[in-house]
Ligand binder design. Sequence first.
Ligand code: SAM
Length: 348
Amino acid sequence: MLAWPNTPYNSGMVSYELYARQLPWPVDWAQVYGRAAPLLVEIGFGGGHFLVDLARRRPAANILGVEIALPGIRRGVQKLKTAGVRHGRVIQSTAEHLLWLCCAPDAVSEVYINFPDPWPKAGQQHRRLINDTFLALLAARLLPGGTLYVATDDPDYAQAIAGCLERSSTFISCLPAAFVTEDTVRPRTKYELIALDAGRTCHYFRWQRQAVPAPRLFPIPKELPMPHVIMHLPLNPEEIASRFRPQQFSADNVHVRLPLMFQAAGGTLLLVEVYIHEAPLSQRVGLLVRRREDGDYLVGLSEIGFPRPTPGVHLAIGGLARWLLGLHQDTAVKQHNLTVEDDYFNEL
Ligand SMILES: C[S@@+](CC[C@H](N)C(=O)[O-])C[C@H]1O[C@@H](n2cnc3c(N)ncnc32)[C@H](O)[C@@H]1O
């Protein structure tokens, strides 16, 4: 019997679920699957029936299902396992996160979006997955010649999708029109069956990514070294905690909010809760302010929950360190590895 190749993600046994938080940016998909093959992505696979069928029909491709709902992930894992399709994986993530952070340009060969949530009410349409920005992201990650398949039973959403595709300079329809209303070849999905039973018309799109350069709008964020600042600050942790007030700041499209500071029992450690938004990533992390034996303070990132040391995290630690420096006149930064200008801490 042929052994499945060992990769850093499996050791002979297949692990059908990938963990978005732990994957590098971008992902080396050949390493994940143990082989180089075209990557086919189903977005919002729901029950997983179509995903498993796709994996069965395309044994020479690497198959990836992305879904935000945990029950869907569990069903997907179970179905892939039962079917024994070792080239199938699922990941709990938004499609936007997966494509932007985990997929390099040209990494994806085919994308399937079956019955995306239609958000039919007037005030909700901004929540729809497929819009001009999302198509630009798809174009940035799909291989030239790659294919985008979409199906929907919502006539208004179908017209909106057709409009976006026709406006985009990177996609061209493989069909005589923007969409057709019959497709007897593909397996039916759960939502498709519900729509057909209710007598609704389904709209099927098949568009090809043309060989024109995609706009470079979605840079993959860099990961930096784990950040730290060592500073002299002649205050004890109680004094620091008592002066803390919620704060927020922004720079370079990064928004940082520090709502709370906690003091650990025993007294030498403070933990600051921090929210960092730097599209497409939002992280809730803990920043540590630890008094060392020599009396200096170390400001760093708690490793709880696999935080990613992004420029936003460096900005958050820099902001916290600046606030600490402003608490007393006899403060000084002794050492730091933040990606900030050398005079950042001297501006106070
Ligand atoms: C209407 S259901 C369709 C499910 C399945 N494709 C079908 O046709 O039966 C839409 C699915 O998309 C998932 N979803 C919604 N937004 C998503 C996003 N941004 N990224 C990934 N999945 C998403 C939902 O959790 C849900 O399972």
